[in-house]
Design a protein around this ligand. Sequence first.
Ligand SMILES: [Zn+2]
Length: 360
Amino acid sequence: MSEAVQLPSLTLADLSQAIAKSRTRFKVDEDIDLNRYVKLWREDESWQGTKHRAMTLILRTRGCTWDYQHGCTMCGYFVDTAHRKVNADQLVAQWRAAAAEHKGESILKIYTGGNFLDPAEVMDDARRTIVAEASRLFKLVIVESRPEYCTPARLREVEDACRANGSHFMVALGLESSSDEVCDKAINKGYGFRHFVEAAKACREAGVGVKTYLLLKPPFLTEEETVEDIVRSIADCAPHSDIISVNPTNVQKFTLVETLWKDREYRSPWLWSVLEVLRRGKPAAASAVLKSDPVGGGSKRGAHNCGRCDEEVLGHIESYNTTQDIAFVEAAGAVECSCKPLYRAVRRLEGFMTGSAWVD
Ligand SMILES: [Zn+2]
């Protein structure tokens, strides 16, 4: 990371407390049916040089173990979790309801708002049943997990189950940044680059694919700092990744990021920054797929420009994601808009403004 980055000297306890305070108005829904998944949708996904249809499934689990203890500054996925035990039968019932909706998609992404490989969240029996059944329907099964749950035995088990059905398994790891300082002081991630590398190596040894998430614009970083941080992080994680997904921070409800945003101390990243990290990161990504799906792109809570050029830029990013043709990123960068000089001024001057969001 750049020597110029100035992060507040917050401890784990300080940040965890601030994160907890941002949630005081959140109420758990006690009446939720634990046999029903949260949501399911379909989209295009690029894999091994070809465009595929993918089904994304959000299972309702007890939630993320790290989130129970500390939480991350930008993560609001706890709103979709049960906040109580969801047993193996209920998890399997959720999965089977989703499997009945399968319409020939070749990729399945299972998200839980936590960690699919955490046995406290998705019990061993449920994990085995879901992976065995999913690998009969899909060519690739992707789940998310923190590195600590990527044990060699568990990875071998899921990969063997998939391979038996001619399918592949991939783990998405939220590295966010290869800078431990950014992970500690801006995200409260609770692990560092070396933990990511260990987990990625364990995945590779087991034959499991690795998808790496990077977080563009955590709180407390300027636009300039985060662009440099992500370009460097792409180069650092590329040797360990099959897919690198740059996720621009979106302002999620009941998060510390939302508190800062409401106080005008945070602005989600510009789409111009997304283009720059894709353009500069692409050569360093080498054979790894490099993509970005700006959640809520074009809205005030998501990565956005001025509102006039957003749709055109987002269209080019989407075309780039599925084709991996950098010409789309260049075309997006060539879009003329009056917000470009303003963006350049933000890049130059924001560091002198102590990070406050002075441009919407
Ligand atoms: Zn514009």
